[in-house]
Design a protein around this ligand. Structure first.
Ligand SMILES: Cc1cc2nc3c(=O)[nH]c(=O)nc-3n(C[C@H](O)[C@H](O)[C@H](O)COP(=O)(O)O)c2cc1C
Length: 360
């Protein structure tokens, strides 16, 4: 059966990326996927921002933007799923082609521009709650007059179905969105969101997702604003606008956000810096270029309590999920530990100051 999924995987790599994505979602909807053995090894379990995660590996947002297949993604072995980015109303996104794949670079460039079916439909799909943790990633509408209001209303609308929220203020594909990371603007965003959260029937954890292109010197103030406003976690990172180290020159010329292997060092270094700035007190989700047990462990060592991936699934297939979980269990055994806790942030200092990262 695994051979059959491998064949499906090879076929997906042979067709244009956006059609391959749509087909992969369809395949999941139709039940064409391998079920992971459950329960997970209990040493992979963690309680993070008061939620019980069966394992630390999540599906990053962007794959299931409109919450079509959260149950299926949980069934293939992810410990949690983040749906979205969802905007208040449906959006068609940028004109195609807008998704590019480079096998030689093990990377994707996307300029999708928040194409999604909107929050109403996603809400109705999620009302029949999947067994497992579902985070909801919220964005602002492309033509919104008051972007901050979109984050507030997104949280209010989606609160019945969200185990946690991530505020995506770091997509490079909605013009001006990343300006929300400016400390003053971020401060008013978080203050308005927190005020609105106080009058909700429950208090879902709030996370902020950052871009890996923030300048080193701006990071302390940004992280300071996030901490001061009582967010429960930070996600590091979104896709990058940088293009260094790519082999495929025509791919490199496409505009949009780059993800996958070339993002790994940049996003892991930033993760380590955020870990240091927060003194390890705030749970971090590490995402960007995880494509093996080794890279997953590196994110944890750099400071991540939880990890996510997307791009490597395209190149490696679904078997990657089990491989990463196995590597994490082995690392726990080697450390003579009974959970991931002692591994988190153990190499943050090294990652934050890496010589190799200085060249980025
Ligand atoms: C095709 C594509 C679409 C994405 N869409 C979103 C999105 O809607 N919201 C978001 O927060 N991140 C989005 N991302 C970013 C991923 O969630 C992740 O942060 C990034 O790809 C780095 O992880 P990776 O290298 O494992 O892919 C998208 C990534 C890709 C490749």
């Amino acid at each position: 059966m695994n051979g059959l999924y491998g064949l499906g995987q090879a076929l997906l790599l042979a067709i244009p990326p956006e059609q391959a994505h749509d087909l992969a979602v369809k395949g999941l909807e139709l039940g064409f996927y391998p079920r992971a053995p459950r329960p997970d090894d209990k040493r992979l379990a963690q309680t993070v921002f008061s939620l019980d995660f069966p394992n630390p590996l999540g599906m990053a947002p962007g794959f299931d933007k409109s919450a079509r297949v959260p149950r299926e993604l949980l069934a293939i072995g992810f410990g949690f799923v983040e749906v979205g980015t969802l905007t208040p109303r449906p959006q068609s996104g940028n004109p195609a082609p807008r998704l590019f794949r480079s096998t030689s670079d093990r990377a994707i460039i996307n300029r999708l521009g928040f194409n999604n079916e909107g929050q109403e439909i996603a809400l109705s799909r999620l009302m029949d709650r999947p067994q497992g943790i579902v985070g909801v990633n919220i964005g602002a509408g492309r033509d919104s007059k008051d972007r901050i209001a979109d984050y507030v209303s997104g949280m209010e609308r989606m609160v019945p179905v969200a185990n946690y929220f991530t505020f995506n203020i770091s997509s490079p594909n909605t013009p001006g969105l990343r300006d929300l990371q400016a400390p003053k603007t971020l401060d008013s965003l978080l203050k308005r969101v927190q005020a609105a959260r106080d009058s909700l029937p429950k208090r879902p954890p709030l996370l902020v997702k950052l871009a890996p292109d923030l300048a080193d010197e701006d990071l302390p103030e940004i992280v300071g604003v996030i901490v001061a406003n009582g967010a429960e976690g930070i996600v590091v990172s979104n896709t990058t606008l940088a293009r260094d180290g790519l082999k495929d020159a025509s791919f490199a010329r496409e505009s949009g956000g780059l993800s996958g292997r070339p993002l790994f060092v940049r996003s892991t270094r930033m993760l380590a810096r955020v870990y240091q700035l927060t003194e390890g007190k705030l749970p971090l989700i590490g995402v960007g270029g995880i494509d093996s047990g080794e890279t997953a462990l590196a994110k944890i060592a750099a400071g991540a309590s939880l990890i996510q991936l997307y791009t490597a699934l395209v190149f490696e297939g679904l078997g990657l999920i089990a491989r990463i979980k196995r590597a994490l269990v082995e690392a726990i055994e080697q450390a003579k530990a009974d959970s991931l806790a002692p591994l988190i942030g153990k190499r943050a200092e090294e990652w934050a100051s890496r010589e190799v990262a200085a060249r980025l």
